[in-house]
Design a binder for this molecule. Structure first.
Ligand code: NAP
Ligand code: ZN
Ligand code: ZN
Length: 365
C-alpha cells in the first residue's frame, strides 16, 4: 500500500496513546506508545474502555492476508466515551457513549458514500493497517484512545452495555448487513449459520430476533447444547456427521458462512433450497474450491458481504438494543491478550473476547 500525500489540513499527531502492537508475524502483542492526531474540526476524541477481539485481528497480526504493515495495533470493535469534540461536530458531545467499527474514514463524496455504503468506497480507510488521508498508518482499538471523524462514530443506545455491545461494531454489522440485503430477515425463512464463533453467535441472535428458523452448522459438537438452549437456535448440525448433513439437505434459504479456516464449501451448498444463497463473510486466505455443478443444480448463488455502511451500523445497534441482542463475552485484561489469541485460534471462546481497556491498559503520560 503506497502512502498517500499528506492532506494540507492534516492535524499534527500530538496525542499519545498506549497500544498493544504486534511487531512481526509471530503476532505477539506488547505495549507500544503511539500517537494520535489532535482533534480536528470534524473529529471526536474517544477514551477507549472496551475492544472486542475479532478473528480478523488474528489474521492481521499473523499476516495471513499478506497485507500487514508492522507494527500493527489491531482492534475494530471499539467502545468508549467521548472526551473532546471538534468545532464542527454536531452529532456528539463530551461524555457520550460511542463505538467505532472497522472504518475510520472514506472519501465521503462518491456515490457509494452518499448512499451510505462507505464500506464500498474505493477510498475506505480501515481502523487499523490502512494509510489515512494524512499519510499516517491507522492504529486500532487495542489502545487507550482514538481520534475519529464523527461520521464513523456510532452512538450506543442507553440500553446497550459497552462491553457486550462492542462486538456488534464488527461482528454485529457483518452478519446484520447480509441478512438485510439478502432477504434473510423475515419470519418463515430458514437460515443456516456456519461456524459458531464471534460472528456466528450474533447471527443466531439476530436471526431469532427476526423470527426466522435458525440451524447452526458447526465443527464443534461441544457447542450443541448451548446453541440450542442459550442462543435459541432451532437445530444444530455437525458438519462432519454425514447423516445429520443428509437430513438437512435442501432445507435452507440462505447460509451465512462465518468460518475463518479453509473448509470445503461444496457439501454445504447441498443444504440450500433451490435459489438459495451462501453468503461468505469468513475470510480464510486460500481460494474456495467449487464446481459449477454445485451452483447450477438448484440455481444456487455464492456471494460475499463486507461489513456494512455507517447508517446500517447505527440501525443495527439500535435494533439490537430494542431486541436485547448483545454478544456473549469473556472480558479479559490487557495482559491476557496473547492467551486470548491462542484460544481464539482454537475456537475456544464463548463467544467473543473483549479487552477491558479502561481498567487494564494505562494511557500514555
Ligand atoms: P471466530 O470467533 O474464530 O469464529 C469462527 C468459527 O469458525 C469458529 O468458532 C468455528 O466454529 C469455525 N471454525 C474455525 N476453524 C474451523 C475449521 N478449521 N473447520 C471448521 N470450522 C472452523 O471468528 P470471527 O471473529 O467470528 O470471524 C470469522 C471470520 O469472519 C474470520 O475469517 C474473519 O476474518 C471474518 N470477518 C469478515 C468480515 C467481513 O466483513 N466479511 C468481518 C469480520 C470478520 P465452530 O466451532 O462452530 O465450527
Ligand atoms: Zn472484525
Ligand atoms: Zn467514497
Amino acid at each position: 500500500m503506497a502512502p498517500t500525500v499528506a492532506a494540507p489540513d492534516a492535524k499534527p499527531h500530538t496525542r499519545k496513546a498506549v497500544g498493544l502492537a504486534a511487531r512481526d508475524t509471530s503476532g505477539r502483542l506488547a505495549p507500544l506508545t503511539i500517537t494520535r492526531r489532535s482533534t480536528g474540526d470534524d473529529d471526536v476524541a474517544i477514551k477507549i474502555l472496551y475492544c472486542g477481539i475479532c478473528h480478523s485481528d488474528l489474521h492481521s497480526i499473523k499476516n495471513d492476508w499478506h497485507i500487514t504493515m508492522y507494527p500493527i495495533v489491531p482492534g475494530h470493535e471499539i467502545a468508549g466515551v467521548i472526551t473532546e469534540v471538534g468545532q464542527n461536530v454536531t452529532k456528539f458531545k463530551a461524555g457520550d457513549r460511542v463505538g467505532v467499527g472497522c472504518m475510520v474514514n472514506s472519501c465521503q463524496s462518491c456515490d457509494r458514500c452518499n448512499e451510505g455504503f462507505e464500506n464500498h468506497c474505493p477510498g475506505i480507510i480501515f481502523t487499523y493497517n490502512s494509510v489515512d488521508h494524512d499519510g499516517t498508518v491507522t492504529y486500532g482499538g487495542y489502545s487507550s484512545n482514538v481520534v475519529v471523524n464523527e461520521r464513523f462514530v456510532v452512538r450506543f443506545p442507553d440500553a446497550m452495555p459497552l462491553d457486550k455491545g462492542a462486538p456488534l461494531l464488527c461482528a454485529g454489522i457483518t452478519v446484520y448487513s447480509p441478512m438485510k440485503y439478502h432477504g434473510l430477515d423475515s419470519p418463515g425463512k430458514h437460515v443456516g449459520v456456519l461456524g459458531l464463533g464471534g460472528l456466528g453467535h450474533v447471527a443466531v441472535k439476530f436471526a431469532k430476533a427476526f423470527g426466522m428458523k435458525v440451524t447452526v452448522i458447526s465443527s464443534s459438537p461441544g457447542k450443541k447444547q448451548e446453541a440450542l438452549e442459550q442462543l435459541g437456535a432451532d437445530a444444530f448440525v455437525i458438519s462432519k456427521n454425514a447423516d445429520e448433513m443428509k437430513a438437512a439437505m435442501g432445507s435452507m434459504d440462505g447460509i451465512i458462512n462465518t468460518v475463518s479456516a479453509n473448509i470445503p464449501v461444496a457439501p454445504l451448498m447441498c443444504l440450500l433450497k433451490p435459489n438459495g444463497k451462501m453468503i461468505m463473510v469468513g475470510l480464510p486466505e486460500k481460494p474456495l474450491e467449487i464446481r459449477p455443478f454445485d451452483l447450477i443444480l438448484g440455481n444456487k448463488s455464492l456471494t460475499g458481504s463486507c461489513i456494512g455502511g455507517m447508517r446500517d451500523t447505527q440501525e443495527m445497534i439500535d435494533l439490537a438494543a430494542k431486541h436485547g441482542v448483545t454478544a456473549d463475552v469473556e472480558v479479559v485484561g490487557a495482559d491476557y491478550v496473547n492467551t486470548a489469541m491462542e484460544r481464539l485460534a482454537k475456537a475456544d471462546v464463548r463467544y467473543r473476547f473483549v479487552i477491558d481497556i479502561g481498567n487494564t491498559l494505562k494511557d500514555a503520560e
